[in-house]
Design a protein around this ligand. Sequence first.
Ligand code: NAP
Length: 553
Amino acid sequence: MSATAIQLKTAAIDVPEYDAVVIGAGFGGMYALHTLREQGLKVRLFDEATGVGGTWYWNRYPGARVDYPGGPFYCYTFSEDLIREFDWPEKQPDQPTVLRYLNFVADRLDLRRDIELATRVTGAAFEEGVQRWEIETSKGTRVRAQFLVCAVGALSAAHVPDIPGVASFKGECYHTGRWPNDRQVVFKGKRVGIIGTGSSGIQSTPMVAREASHLTVFQRTPQYSVPAGNTPTDQVLVAEARKDWSKFRNIMLTTPIGAPDMPTTIRACDHTPEQRRETYEAAWRIGGLGPILVSTYCDILTDRQSNDWLAGFVREKIRAVVKNPETARKLLPSYLIATKRQVMDEGYYETFNRENVNLVDLREDPIIEIAADGVRTESGHHSLDMLIFATGFDAITGALQNINPRGRGGVPLSTRWKERFNSWLGLTIPGMPNLFMIHGPESPCVLYNMPLGAERQSDWIRECILHMRKHGIGAIEPAPGADLVWAKEVEEIANQSLYPQTESWYTGSNIAGKHRQFAVHLGGPAYFARIRESADNGYEGFVTEPERRAATA
Ligand code: NAP
């Protein structure tokens, strides 16, 4: 026997083999593990965290809650048992509740035996000869699998901006998306600074202000935020949902963002100014994102005038709440409302009426540097004991790019995605056979009910794998040019909306050097019909290779 043969034999013994490896133990990865395992596949799931939960494991900052749609609709929808067995105390469940739910699901579906925590996937390479992915982990282990399911999270690659001196701060320092899980962060008696006023900054600001001796909010772009209007869960609604879950689920499958609310068909211009005010006021009183964005007018995100009317209404509300006119002026946003991720809050604007809170408008007073004891802006030094980065994520693509899988010919994802984030159906990437994404670019991901979207994509992936097994297919990947067809479709739909007209993390503009691309498919149900259509047409847009060796299952 030659030395090479011995090596190969050793490798075959040493490297555990699975049908599928799933990366990520959030909503998407846990469901993918469950549904693939139910089909008899041998699956291993890796996650860097020490617990399940994905986003809800990491984002433990004070004030973190589901915004829209809330419990009992922001959860797994595939199982009536799960719907019946978990009680959601609030319409907008807080982070500990969602994390408790995901732990409950992990136990209830007996997922933990196939989940390896505290294990980051550090690399993955497709071995063309055997049509398998070889996956490396932070523990120095390697496994092999025919399929690689990347449920790595659209908002998981935390972003800390490259501000001069950023590493020199000597006080406590946190990122909202990497909040510590081993201790309680104490704000009491401390001078705290928060950089960033997206969802995370706006949710945490009122909570921190209540405890800290002083809070400085460093704002680059003012945001439109609407009152959360959180309430205890409507028990009548829950009872109805539990009685006829398939009815509720079927509605969610047809609405544009997978929420239970049917959008209105009324345009803003169909109403008089008085009617519009009444409509906005009613939605404002209820609170939450659904009433204001889905139930007022259908053209907020497609018509500039409609958008401007709502934006004007929210600006008025900000002026009415914030007592100091100069602070109110700084808080007034001017971009097209809801074209950055719409935010909701629990007393954000009111927080600026507190004596212990001040706002620094970075457009007028930019940060010069971060020093050991605070932040220096053009106008002076802000002494701080604690600095919180609420500065967001390298969204949608960052987490997978960090793994940088190598596909055909050893070509890494960094090369494939150098010019644009290309995909076919937002599920697969050219040159990356047998790699599937959940909530990847060019899918509805962040603009759809994420647990439901993950279920629907995972179901598609499961069916694709079963189809391959049934037909002796060893590898599947996008056909040449399919990604261009898809890119055109994604772009055409996006251009019917106002979204691409604003710089946001949807377009990649929050990350220096990232190319601009509106990376979300806005089709909602049409997207899911489209991926269904491809499957029904024998996986149209894909090319396949016959299986070269026997499957493991
Ligand atoms: P984000 O929306 O990207 O906000 C980041 C903030 O940091 C922005 O205000 C940004 O300003 C600011 N920033 C970035 N770099 C900066 C710099 N160099 N100097 C000063 N300011 C800087 O991030 P996020 O708040 O973590 O939210 C991300 C997404 O996660 C949300 O949009 C949402 O989809 C999701 N999320 C959801 C929930 C929920 O469901 N409850 C809660 C939290 C987050 P600019 O606007 O000027 O770039």
